[in-house]
Design a protein around this ligand. Structure first.
Ligand SMILES: [Zn+2]
Length: 322
């Protein structure tokens, strides 16, 4: 049995099933002596909204009892209900400073982001498939305007509402975890998911520079392994009990995938795009952006271990063994 109460604190998970590999959207009500906090908000849809209202009423709360919202990162399956909640009941919303441009869908940032991906895919040798992704991003720039978070966002202080706020970049560069030390509870966004490995997504930083998300993700996992956490509350799937064992498994899987890529490079496959196609086959076309992040991330990893090197030939990176 998982214990969701400790002294005067309690967690009320809101778990909304979804029929894809994520299995569920999770968000959490956290109660302590002085306040009720909503950690993440699921998707902007009826099932998440009803899930929130039901969990509130089952525990004798209403929407008006929520004192604040804290966001682990800016992805839309974590921020979905922010507008709906704050338009009915004003509550402060806290997020990492680096979330701001994204939550506000700052147009010049999003345009620079598209330029960033255009160059990234060119340099990876993606050709037409890369261009297709760029036109998708251009359409999304216009179509997703209604996802802009309307309310003011407040940046976190280093500790807040009994939590230590711990930066956990990798899956997203604004990702933070909330650590309740007494309870030994870690609300970790998408840092760790029980049934799948989290993607370390390539993104530009606010200055348009490329992050090295897989390297950041590894550092974040190593940070999390040191935390005494009896329970890790993830953004998807079941609540995690043995986070140290799971983290070890995830780190090993990264190493294994990197080794497989290393062998493909040894066989003479030199471009990120060709490595992605060979490695992921059908998934390459279906989940292009994710797949490219994975490949480029693992190439960063091999490069940082000085096992491979790269050279720019006619605007495309060519990888070879050291
Ligand atoms: Zn996410």
């Amino acid at each position: 049995m998982i214990k969701l109460k400790y002294g005067s604190s309690a967690v009320y998970p809101i778990k909304v099933p979804v029929e894809n590999s994520l299995k569920s959207f999770n968000f959490f009500l956290y109660q302590n002596e002085d306040s009720l906090t909503l950690i993440d908000t699921g998707m902007d849809n009826e099932t998440c909204w009803n899930g929130l209202l039901e969990t509130l009423s089952k525990n004798k709360f209403s929407l008006y009892d929520i004192d604040q919202i804290m966001l682990t990162h800016h992805h839309m399956d974590h921020i979905g209900l922010v507008n709906r909640i704050t338009s009915k009941h004003y509550v402060p919303v806290y997020a990492h400073e680096r979330s701001l441009l994204r939550l506000k869908r700052d147009e010049s940032f999003l345009k620079r982001r598209i330029d960033f991906f255009e160059l990234l895919y060119q340099e990876a040798g993606c050709g037409e498939r890369g261009q297709k992704q760029i036109s998708y991003l251009k359409k999304a720039l216009h179509n997703n305007k209604n996802q802009t978070i309307q309310t003011d966002i407040r940046p976190f202080l280093s500790a807040f509402c009994d939590f230590k706020i711990i930066e956990m970049p990798g899956h997203a560069d604004d990702q933070v975890a909330f650590y309740a030390e007494n309870e030994k509870w870690l609300f970790a966004g998408d840092l760790l998911i029980n049934h799948i490995s989290s993607n370390a997504l390539i993104e530009p930083d606010i200055n348009g520079r490329r992050s090295t998300p897989l390297l950041d993700h590894i550092e974040s996992l190593k940070k999390a392994v040191l935390l005494e956490a009896e329970l890790v509350f993830p953004g998807h799937g079941i609540i995690i009990k043995d986070h140290q064992i799971l983290i070890k498994k995830r780190l090993e899987a990264i190493e294994n995938k990197a080794n497989k890529l290393y062998h493909l490079i040894a066989k003479g496959i030199t471009r990120a795009n060709d490595l992605a196609k060979t490695f992921y086959k059908k998934k390459y076309d279906q989940q292009f952006a994710l797949v490219m992040s994975e490949i480029i991330g693992h190439l960063d990893y091999l490069e940082s271990a000085e096992r491979i090197k790269k050279e720019r030939v006619n605007g495309v990176w060519e990888f070879s063994l050291v």
